[in-house]
Write a protein that binds this ligand. Structure first.
Ligand code: SF4
Length: 359
């Protein structure tokens, strides 16, 4: 469908990144890492929502010790990544504490020698490093060279640090270049992607709140993904990180890159709408939130596009005045009064899911 960029495979714990493997979903805890109970609880919520890789900040020795305890309490199948800024000793401590990957920021790790020390230690443990460039902390030399924070600067920062790791015979590399500016992000990836064979972690950083951050993230990430760029991603929101995971799943499913559960097709409603459609769609969506079977459900407000969409879906409703016509696999089944539509639809969906599970 999309011509995905070819990259080598890098394993982060049990999760394979790149090489055509499914685009994986990451998020990051926002608890204090030293608060082990709170962080473990948040990681479990993230995992329950479908997060496949969890990043945790390791910003002081107490956080490194917290990371060690957290790693012991979380199922080993869920990779835990240590996020490192400023202090390469924290990277060394996190590797010792069982990190499945280290994210370092070349703009603030200090020196090539420090990066080399982290690389040697990561290599010994057999874990990858993400070179995570961020527009907010680009090296001053590159800001001066390009007259500000630019796509060229982001790409050069990433490339310079990748080449340094390669010179140390370290090849388990993932790269990210994040900015809150979408055109800059796209341009940086266009510059860098053809020059490296490593998987790319993509994200629009500091994207904003649940509403505006979602729009910005999806605009930027979908643009990259449809160009075949992106092997793992994080949607960054000023919100509960669980929301990041839910949105990432919806975006990947909308792009047909992953399938996580049912797809609901519902019309926007208009002056022709024959029933109170919005609460009906919200209720059905909430009641089937636990279902993982990839079925299509159409809930449509009138006879204009209703029968067409309902016929094409696994199950659908095309509303008439105060009632809905139920379709299953393209066939009309029966008419249902409006007051009974939610219950009837959920019941029919459960029956279809049951049939799928027996296949
Ligand atoms: S399906 Fe009917 S009710 Fe829904 S938006 Fe289209 S015309 Fe309006």
């Amino acid at each position: 469908m999309y011509n995905r960029r070819k990259s080598k495979i890098v394993k982060v714990g049990a999760v394979a990144i790149g090489g055509g493997f499914p685009v994986s979903i990451e998020s990051m805890t926002n608890t204090k890492t030293a608060d082990v109970a709170a962080t473990v609880a948040q990681i479990r919520r993230l995992a329950e929502a479908g997060c496949e890789i969890v990043r945790i900040t390791v910003n002081n020795p107490a956080a490194a010790e917290g990371f060690r305890q957290i790693r012991r309490q979380i199922d080993i199948a869920l990779p835990l990544v240590a996020d490192i800024h400023f202090d390469h000793n924290m990277a060394l401590a996190a590797i010792d504490a069982g990190a499945d990957k280290i994210r370092i920021n070349p703009g603030n790790i200090g020196s090539a020698e420090r990066l080399a020390q982290v690389a040697r230690t990561a290599k010994k443990r057999g874990i990858p490093i993400r070179v995570g460039v961020n527009a907010g902390s680009l090296e001053q030399g590159l800001i001066d060279k390009f007259g500000g924070v630019t796509a060229q600067g982001l790409a050069e920062s990433a490339l310079r640090n990748v080449r340094l790791l390669e010179s140390l015979d370290f090849g388990d590399i993932i790269i990210s270049m994040k900015a809150s500016n979408i055109p800059m992000t796209l341009e940086a990836h266009e510059i860098l992607a053809p020059q490296v064979e490593y998987p790319l972690h993509i994200g629009i950083t500091e994207a904003g709140t649940l509403h505006s951050g979602t729009i910005k993230s999806v605009a930027g990430l979908a643009s990259l993904l449809t160009r075949g760029i992106g092997d793992t991603l994080r949607i960054s929101l000023t919100a509960d990180p669980v929301e990041e995971v839910k949105l990432a799943k919806e975006m990947l499913q909308a792009l047909r890159l992953r399938v996580f559960g049912p797809e609901i097709i519902s019309c926007p409603t208009c002056g022709r709408t024959e029933i109170d459609l919005i609460p009906l769609v919200n209720e059905v969506t909430a009641r089937i939130g636990h279902i993982k079977t990839p079925i299509t459900i159409a809930i449509m407000g009138c006879a204009v596009n209703g029968p067409g969409e309902a016929r094409q879906a696994d199950i659908g409703i095309a509303a008439g005045k105060g009632e809905g016509l139920l379709f299953k696999k393209g066939e009309i089944v029966r008419k249902i009064p409006e007051a009974e539509l939610a219950d009837a639809l959920v019941l029919e969906i459960e029956k279809i899911v049951e049939t799928f599970s027996r296949l």
